[in-house]
Write a protein that binds this ligand. Structure first.
Ligand code: ADP
Length: 203
């Protein structure tokens, strides 16, 4: 099937702009990147809840709901990581077509992937958020116990320990979670979303 809309979507009677108008806000993708334990999922889910409570259409994607289902057949080789990112971004494009704000929490350790993601989206559709936390603090948090296993050599190529992490060069937002509260970070993201998605006449 060949896309027949300027934004690469398929034939239909209801287009993204109709859904956005009815929803009262634009659809965008916010991509939270950073080390494991930096706070990506916590912030993305808290933002998703606040948007839901305000009647804004949003959905949060993270390793827990994507890696086990849609991408459950993929491992962590460079080829599988690339395919993982491709599938997620194709999915978020469909969600944006449905008028939904996508909150994506994925480590995304490589510069070229961060840049490719931006290039895969139309201007104004994609924003990169660096959830920044020193590896020592992430390791102290060790939310999933993976840092300990990585230090013991039981997990190979673990980002920040035995595999590199490239902090994004030009993130649209930079949140330092070791020195700022969760509420503070959530408020900053919500303000950013409002600026990018709400018409002044809408709210
Ligand atoms: P990630 O999704 O990046 O792997 P998680 O969100 O699963 O990380 O875990 C981050 C941990 O850090 C949580 O236990 C959270 O409560 C804690 N934390 C402390 N301060 C912050 C903050 N400012 N923002 C987000 N999380 C924070």
């Amino acid at each position: 099937m060949t896309p027949n809309n300027s934004n690469g979507t398929f034939r239909g009677e209801v287009f993204r702009k109709h859904r956005e108008t009815r929803n009262g806000h634009r659809a965008v993708t916010l991509w939270f990147c950073g080390l494991s334990g930096a706070g990506k999922s916590t912030i993305a889910h808290a933002v998703g809840k606040r948007l839901f409570d305000s009647g804004i259409h949003a959905y949060t994607f993270d390793g827990d709901n994507v890696r086990h289902g849609l991408c459950g057949d993929l491992a962590f080789s460079p080829k599988d990581r690339a395919e993982n990112i491709r599938r997620i971004s194709e999915m978020t494009k469909l969600f944006m077509d449905a008028g939904t704000i996508c909150l994506c929490a994925f480590i995304t350790p490589e510069h070229d992937v961060q840049q490719r993601l931006r290039a895969m989206h139309e201007d104004g559709d994609f924003y990169l958020i660096h959830v920044d936390c020193p590896v020592e603090e992430c390791e102290k948090r060790d939310v999933k116990g993976y840092y300990k296993l990585a230090r013991q050599g039981k997990i190979k190529n673990y980002t920040g320990i035995s595999a590199p992490y490239d902090p994004p060069e030009n993130p649209d937002l930079h949140l330092e979670t070791a020195t700022r509260s969760l509420e503070d970070c959530v408020t900053e993201v919500l303000d950013f979303i409002k600026r990018k998605t709400l018409n002044s006449s809408m709210k």
